[in-house]
Design a protein around this ligand. Structure first.
Ligand code: ZN
Length: 156
């Protein structure tokens, strides 16, 4: 049920908790057997190298930011000649090393476009949507690594 509500293909919900601020934290496990096939050679792995937990952000629910914790495996590739040797599970919505789900990233891209159209405070749109856009922008700022080339805004 919770898995269907979340709607992330290949990932299943183990449990949902609320953090100190009342925001959902969702524990996930891999629900797709395809995730254990090597992306290099396609062979199905049988030997686990290690477990890892990926933390990432997803779309807000009910105006509250959602954090995901996906406990996933790193596998040894069973093909001796395969250059990958080992690989980490991934699904379409969460590519390897992603910090945001793909749908949140897409939402962020759309929201930036929307902000250009409606103005920075989002006054022309409803409050729920404006709040979601603020969350997405906040996350985008967090997720974007600080660039050494970025220059501070000039004083007004
Ligand atoms: Zn392989």
């Amino acid at each position: 049920m919770a898995t269907r509500l979340l709607g992330l293909d290949g990932l299943a919900v183990e449990r949902v908790e609320l953090d100190a601020e009342g925001c959902p934290v969702v524990d996930l496990f891999t629900g797709d057997e395809q995730a254990r096939c090597c992306p290099g050679c396609g062979q199905r792995a049988v030997r686990v190298k290690q477990w890892a937990t990926t933390r990432l952000r997803d779309l807000p629910v009910g105006g509250r930011p959602v954090r995901l914790r996906w406990r996933k495996r790193r596998w040894y590739c069973p093909t001796a000649a395969c250059p990958r040797m080992s690989f980490t599970e991934q699904v379409a919505q969460v590519p390897a090393r992603a910090r945001l789900t793909r749908r949140l990233r897409e939402m962020a891209a759309r929201s930036r476009l929307e902000m250009c159209v409606v103005g920075d405070e989002g006054s022309a749109i409803d409050p729920e949507r404006a709040s979601m856009i603020r969350s997405v922008r906040m996350w985008s700022a967090i997720a974007r690594p600080a660039s050494p080339r970025s220059t501070p805004a000039p004083p007004l």
